[in-house]
Design a binder for this molecule. Structure first.
Ligand code: MN
Length: 195
């Protein structure tokens, strides 16, 4: 897939109802087909009038000082990531390597999940909760506002949960904790482990 203008909506790696155990079909349809698509369309619309930015990568555009570029580029990147890191079917198991690193850093997988959830719930308003790796390969849990991305802070996302209301409102309404707590069932650990 091309990583510069014109950007295209990345293919959804499964059917709309594949995540039904946690995220209902209509939410995926709207979240992917409307919200994610809008970030792609808005970014292209802005860049249409800025030829000197048309060869910039998504990652470069995420660092733009122009808020509309930064927000929409982040929206595209974050949602590409979000759909890839999930899967339908049986609940997956964390890879041995990542499991060991998580245990070393956070004590256990259970303690890690609790911290990750607490962090995602603590994000006021719209944003994302992340597990990231810094330059030294150290794991860290953090959150960002809006469509900001840890890459802009020199940290590599390994796992990220969208906690904008549009990600969960139809099924969970105001119960963000229930969405975040259920979300583990659809994490594609195999994909995450490969990062
Ligand atoms: Mn979203």
């Amino acid at each position: 897939m091309s990583n510069h203008y014109p950007f295209v909506l990345a293919e959804l790696p499964y059917k709309y109802d594949a995540l039904e155990s946690v995220i209902d079909r209509q939410t995926v349809e709207i979240h992917y087909g409307k919200h994610h698509q809008s970030y792609v369309d808005n970014l292209n619309k802005i860049l249409e009038g800025m030829p000197y930015l048309q060869n910039k990568t998504l990652e470069e555009l995420m660092n733009s000082e122009v808020a509309a570029i930064k927000n929409n580029a982040g929206g595209v990147w974050n949602h590409n990531f979000y759909w890839q890191e999930m899967k339908g079917g049986e609940e997956g198991e964390i890879s041995v390597d990542l499991g060991k690193r998580i245990e070393k850093k956070f004590g256990s997988l259970v303690e890690f999940k609790a911290l990750f959830e607490k962090n995602a719930l603590g994000r006021f308003g719209s944003g994302w909760g992340w597990l990231v790796e810094d330059n030294e390969g150290e794991l860290e849990i953090m959150s960002t506002a809006n469509q900001d991305n840890p890459l802009s802070l020199g940290k590599k996302p390994l796992l990220g949960i969208d906690v904008w209301e549009h990600a969960y409102y139809l099924r969970y309404q105001n119960r963000r904790a229930e969405y975040v707590g259920s979300w583990w069932k659809v994490v594609n650990w195999e994909w995450v482990g490969k990062r």
